[in-house]
Design a protein around this ligand. Structure first.
Ligand code: URA
Length: 280
């Protein structure tokens, strides 16, 4: 976009424009946002050229069954209710702070013993849009906050491109402690930790969930289909009798690895669809 010679674009506006262009959006988005059909299709995004069909260039990672079996055999969950909070204590928590205090000393799965910091999640306690990632990485483990590394910087850009800040959405993960070497959390680790995420979702009561990558899709919906096949198509997660729309999309770390226009456009479409649905 060209401005007359005597005008300069503010740094913020320039950063916003670059972010949008980075996500594959050509030109500035009109306000209000164009109406988006909740189908994951891009045909209502008049500002975007139709993306070519997406072809994955790498197979999705699958968790190793051997590792999972070994970890599960070697592990015994503690009886201590501080290290392994019982279900009743979790559902008795009436606020996110209370839930955090209840579970932050958890060692109910092998990940608890290896963490530096417990990564509860952060954002608006009544957010309409909630992102669910896989689990903390090194930076998150050190900071005790979700998505603060390189993938987090991209997630921030995506959120900003939707016209919001981190404090207007909620960001959490399937597991709250870092898996060693950033491996995918096993299903037993994830399932142990999910009771916390479920309560967190109940308390936040978001209008939509955005699942980042294959792990939330696998653990929240029991769907092991590759994210590349399923992204962009609305699903439903049932939590405490409430049906919550769930949009599976690519993990920001995947977007960084496959930094193609197709992948960025796909994520942008998914986010537009999620944003439109969160505002219904
Ligand atoms: N990747 C995730 O899935 N979650 C984080 O918090 C950071 C990176």
């Amino acid at each position: 976009m060209k401005l007359p010679n005597n005008q300069t674009m503010s740094t913020t506006l320039r950063a916003w424009k670059e972010t949008l262009e980075d996500l594959g959006v050509i030109g500035l988005v009109r306000q209000p946002l164009p109406e988006v059909k909740a189908t994951g299709s891009s045909d209502s995004l008049s500002l975007l050229p139709m993306p070519p069909p997406y072809k994955p260039s790498a197979p999705p990672r699958a968790p190793s069954k051997v590792k999972e079996a070994k970890i599960a055999i070697d592990w015994k969950a503690p009886d201590d209710p501080i290290k392994n909070p019982p279900f009743d204590a979790i559902v008795a928590c009436e606020s996110l702070d209370a839930l955090n205090a209840c579970i932050c000393k958890c060692e109910a799965c092998p990940l608890g013993g290896g963490r530096i910091k417990f990564v509860f999640g952060e954002g608006a306690p009544t957010a309409r849009m909630m992102f669910v990632g896989e689990g903390p990485g090194r930076d998150e483990d050190i900071m005790g906050r979700p998505f603060v590394g390189r993938a987090g910087a991209l997630l921030d850009k995506m959120i900003a491109a939707m016209g919001m800040g981190r404090d207007e959405v909620y960001i959490a993960n399937v597991v709250k402690c870092r898996p060693p070497d950033n491996r995918t959390p096993t299903s037993s680790e994830s399932q142990t930790c999910l009771r916390y995420l479920y309560r967190q979702i109940e308390l936040i009561n978001p209008s939509v969930l955005v699942g980042l990558g294959a792990t939330p899709l696998r653990e929240l919906l029991g769907d092991a289909t590759g994210i590349t096949k399923i992204r962009g198509a609305w699903r439903t997660v049932v939590i405490a009798d409430r049906e919550i729309p769930f949009m599976p999309t690519f993990h920001p770390a995947y977007v960084l690895r496959q930094y193609t226009k197709e992948v960025r456009q796909a994520v942008w479409e998914d986010l537009q669809s999620a944003l439109a649905r969160s505002q219904l």
